[in-house]
Design a binder for this molecule. Structure first.
Ligand code: NAP
Length: 337
């Protein structure tokens, strides 16, 4: 039996990716794609890349939760803009309580609203590879940020196993990371053929990574400078750390291979990876180099897949006790793009 899926904010980039990927998942079926701005239009009017089902199905502006009362479990993904789910959450919880569903709702939020420690609602932080124990059976999941995913997957094995003097991280992201609404900085004529740093040392995803460092390693003196890059999808992060004792390249490779041995998605590669090797897929590829006491780690992932919708489906699988790659195992991007 498949579980019904409701997507809030289904007209967003995240919503489009969830619709694309969930068509490949045999444990669930999208029954409601909710969009207040696109209600009544076909899914394909907003996401023309989707298959034929999208030419028939329409966005709705609300859900009659009582009609889902027969379901053993209801999966709700929220791809709403920052702050929107937090604003709607009390009303939603009341509606779920009244329909007798609250215990059967698995809510996975893609926004930053519930990611940090101390956020209301008792959400489990969904960095899949590191939080699987907590995610099993979880009913409220805060999916990590895209940069936070790349930074944490790259930094955690180092910080957990080696002694770091300090570390500096630099990350390039494509324009889809900025979401649907264009701004002067994200508008194509100003972004194409351009690269610029933004929010140096201040990016909000740093706090998510610090939370994971405190939980799985120990605090590290590190900094992060993000750059907006001219492509549409994908993140490339470089982490450079200074060690207290030297390590060989072979030992570094072993460290990452062992850290991610159970994961079908996070792989150590040689030589260091390029963006096109991950775009469209749920993979995160990591490579590295060593020079004396300095070590560099290179991480690539697709911000809309492993950095968002793909990781959300990984978390759905973990929460439901399914194989972690259910629905994601055959996903591959085009090469060349
Ligand atoms: N883009 C990424 O790479 C990425 C990666 C990881 C996480 N995230 C997070 O995931 C969520 C979805 O991101 P996204 O980039 O796919 O889409 P987005 O541009 O943030 O928009 C998401 C949805 O929010 C609503 N919305 C948009 N502008 C709004 C406004 N001015 N006022 C009120 N509502 C508005 C719309 O839903 P309705 O049609 O229902 O009005 C829209 O479909 C965000 O919280 C984002 O921070 C994004």
């Amino acid at each position: 039996m498949t579980h019904p899926v409701v997507i809030l904010g289904a007209a967003s980039f995240g919503g489009g990716e969830l619709l694309r990927l969930l068509e490949l998942h045999d444990g669930v079926r999208v029954t409601h794609a909710v969009s207040r701005s696109q209600s009544g239009r076909n899914w394909s009017a907003v996401h023309p890349n989707l298959g034929n089902r999208a030419r028939i199905e329409r966005f709705v502006d609300e859900v009659d939760w009582t009609r889902l009362a027969e379901s053993e479990r209801i999966v709700v993904f929220s791809a709403l803009r920052h702050g929107e789910l937090a604003a709607q959450y009390p009303t939603l919880e009341t509606a779920w309580q009244e329909a007798g569903l609250a215990e059967r709702i698995l809510l996975i939020d893609l926004s930053p609203d519930f990611r940090l420690e101390g956020s209301p609602g008792g959400f489990c932080y969904g960095l899949s590879e590191w939080m699987a124990e907590d995610l099993r059976g979880a009913r409220r999941i805060a999916n990590p940020g895209c940069f936070a995913t790349a930074l944490a997957l790259g930094l955690l094995p180092l910080a957990r196993n080696l002694e770091l003097e300090d570390a500096s991280a630099y990350g390039f992201t494509g324009s889809s990371g900025a979401g649907l609404t264009p701004t002067e900085r994200t508008h194509h004529p100003f972004r194409a053929h351009n690269v610029r740093p933004y929010q140096p040392f201040q990016h909000r995803h740093q706090r998510e990574v610090d939370r994971m460092l405190a939980r799985h390693a120990h605090p590290v003196d590190w900094s992060f400078i993000p750059y907006s890059a001219p492509w549409v999808r994908g993140i490339l992060v470089t982490i450079e750390a200074r060690l207290t004792r030297p390590v060989t390249e072979a030992a570094l490779a072993r460290l990452y291979r062992e850290s991610y041995a159970p994961s079908p998605f996070v792989l150590w590669v040689e030589p260091p990876p390029g963006l096109l090797e991950v775009v469209g897929s749920n993979r995160c590829l990591i490579g590295g180099a060593v020079e004396g006491l300095r070590v560099a780690v290179f991480v690539v992932l697709d911000n809309l897949v492993k950095g968002m919708a793909g990781q959300a489906i990984q978390n759905l699988n973990i929460a439901c006790g399914w194989p972690v790659d259910r629905g994601l195992d055959r996903l591959a991007g085009p090469y060349p793009a």
